[in-house]
Write a protein of this length. Sequence first.
Length: 245
Amino acid sequence: MVIQKRCLAWDWTNTKDCPQMMDQVKFDGPISAVSNWNTWYPTELRDRAPFRPMVRLQAQLSGDDWNNIWNSDQPIIHYFNEPERASITPQQACDWWYEKMVPLRNEKGKKLVSPSCASDPAGQAWIADFLQRVSGAPPDFLGLHYYGTDGNAAIAFIEDMHHRHPNMPIIVSEIASTHRNYADVLGFTCQLCNWMDEKDWVFEYAFFGCMRAPADDFVSPAAQLMNPDGSFKDLMWKHYAVEKG
């Protein structure tokens, strides 16, 4: 039986000129869903896997973006991407949670992912504060991010967050090795894939990311899933079970 937990992080900014590459993805493999950090559905997905809409920051709580969220037929909605780095306080996020997200869940039957914060102390403090404030209507999933070079440290972090919040299954919405050496990146990726697949409390995870160019200097070019020309890298072939075409 194929374990399907791998969400494909499909960045529109870096894939908009090569949407046909989605056709090479093997959707009956380990892929569970596709995300793009946006509220709108990537048309190249063509209903071949669930989509994970995201209320990335405050701007997505109104206008066309919020209409997309409210009218989405997708079952799981992400709420906020590293808000602690965007000057959003836990109290503000709590206020908007009760104003917008809880009614979305109550009226539309959606399952909600908590804000996904960075794994540093500031991120951990932010999410702990937020979860305390929304304890009357907690998220359905705990969202996490992790970047680093040590697979054991990544596992320790995810386990620690699970022990702190044992009642919420975990979605690791971004994870990747930041090592510049591909062999080390591959080792990290294999270790974490195998480990997360075995944990029933890890619902889903997404390796960062499927894009033609690194998002910034922090992420490792060796961990990218796509080449600059839009073709898939070896890491994509190995861990997202795509079919070479």
